[in-house]
Design a binder for this molecule. Sequence first.
Ligand code: PEP
Length: 255
Amino acid sequence: MPERTPYIAGNWKMFKTIAEARAFAKDFRPRAEGVEGVDVGLCVPFTALAATVEECDGSGIKVCAQNMHYEPEGAYTGEVSPPMLTELGVNGVVLGHSERRQYFGETDRALQDKVPAALAAGLEPILCVGESEEEREEGETERRLRHQVQEALEKVDAADLGKVVIAYEPIWAIGTGKVATSEQAQDAIAFIRALVGDRSKEAAEVVRVLYGGSMKPDNAAEILAQPDVDGGLVGGASLDPESFAAIVRAAVNAK
Ligand code: PEP
């Protein structure tokens, strides 16, 4: 069985100016530098990418964007392309976050082009999927996850599927303080892994599937200890260097 390196990624959403991003990185970097066996990433606003890349240079901390267009350039006012991110030294990009789906019309169809475009540019995509509260209550969780995963990965070659990071983020748990039980997280993530396995057994063994949704220092350990949970995408608790570092430490101890 190949080992999967756990990955803890902080999603800052629309928080932190350049000055605030620099201050975070200066404080967080020494807390993360001694950590071994866990990948750590910061998904930051476009405006703070260059400064965060500079502050994290040589630390091993990955710096990621939170969205991206799939074309390399074009008449797409307000958009940012893959080469614009790689030029800055960015390592990855969050794609299909539920807030982008909910407020900005992000579609599975666009993700079908965004995920392979990120991979082609050398950016590690963090593809977000997850059901709404209503879908869970109606027993529609697996149907929703199947649709989102199959659509978004449709144009990714089977050989590249293992390079995608998938974040299972139940919408009802994002920013609500309502965290999925470790059993709910394990079941959904095992299901997502099986969906990847329908395309490639090898990819299913190496693809990293993270949990996201109100992960905090006091609940991270239990979720991260689940066999299929390969890390976390952390929103609110990633804004403070110590609480984010505590989640990283929980990941070190969990495996
Ligand atoms: C997120 O933004 O992806 C997220 C999981 O947020 P929170 O941890 O605040 O629920």
